[in-house]
Design a protein around this ligand. Structure first.
Ligand code: KIV
Ligand code: NA
Length: 275
């Protein structure tokens, strides 16, 4: 399994870091078989798995429940778990309890926290306690209501400067990497060269040190609409629905189960049973 040190080394050697989300045993197993460098148990769980329209409904219990399954499927891959809405904003003590629960109860390697400013002391406390933290800047879905929706961030010079400063502060607080979501590619490049820790982009262009995408978006699995920055590499929706339809039709027409999929009794046993 790679370590936080390996990710810095990859940045320095110009080797791209591949990250994908996973939410359960099969998706984690597939991600590990695909030899990704890092798996994120994202709170996008709320959208793509639990059917909410926002990540703010995702709880600590949800994250732990799913992260445990991910770790069972990907025991040899570095797993990062999102700290859900408001789980690192109350007291430092609450943050430490939540961070420790995620690592101890799931076996994950790190946590991810959205934002800078008010969460910086929390990042610092977690890292000092031995819990690796990945930061997440740009579009931070947990604060979409304050940002005014899901929009590209840092488009004007003032906003861009603030994100560069935030990235430096996150590094200073001890973050081992930074996710950059939905920002202009030029800004992502500037941040990437301004910090020593790796940047992982999603909708942030090709110049970041790595990329992350949501499992369901890559596969077009259960999702209807995807963002501009998503490239679907397969459409598993169609074959899956077709398989379910074929099953339904065969049940209705008594084609399934046929003899090949049924158990049977020996003739003599039948005679003993019914005479
Ligand atoms: O929850 C998530 O999937 C994420 C990625 C989009 C970075 O935070
Ligand atoms: Na997230």
């Amino acid at each position: 399994m790679k370590s936080t040190k390996d990710f810095v080394k990859m940045k320095n050697e110009g080797k791209k870091i591949v990250m994908v989300t996973a939410y359960d045993y099969p998706s984690a197993k597939q991600a590990e078989q695909a030899e990704v460098d890092m798996i994120l148990v994202g709170d996008s769980l709320g959208n793509v798995v639990l059917g909410y329209d926002s990540t703010i409904y995702v709880t600590m219990e949800d994250m732990i429940h799913h992260a445990k399954a991910v770790k069972r499927g990907a025991g040899n891959t570095f797993v990062v778990v999102d700290m859900p809405f408001m789980s690192c904003h109350l007291s430092i003590r609450d943050t430490l309890i939540n961070g420790a629960r995620i690592l101890q109860e799931t076996g994950a390697q790190a946590v991810k926290i959205e934002g800078a400013d008010e969460v910086l002391p929390h990042i610092e406390a977690l890292v000092k306690a031995g819990i690796p933290v990945m930061s997440h800047l740009g579009l931070t879905p947990q604060s979409a209501a304050v940002l005014g929706g899901y929009k590209v961030q840092g488009k004007d010079a003032e906003a861009a400067k603030k994100i560069v400063e935030d990235a430096k502060c996150c590094q200073e607080a001890g973050a081992y990497a930074i996710t950059l979501e939905c920002i202009p590619k030029q800004l992502a490049q500037e941040i990437t060269s301004s910090v020593e820790i790796p940047t992982i982009g999603i909708g942030a262009g090709v110049q970041t040190d790595g990329q992350v995408l949501v499992y369901h978006d890559i596969l077009t699995y259960g999702v209807e609409r995807v963002s501009k920055f998503v490239k679907p590499y397969a459409n598993v929706n169609e074959p899956m629905i077709n398989a379910l339809k074929a099953y339904a039709a065969e049940v209705r027409n008594e084609i399934f189960p046929d003899d090949q999929h049924s158990f049977t009794m020996k003739e003599e046993e039948l005679k003993t049973l019914y005479g």
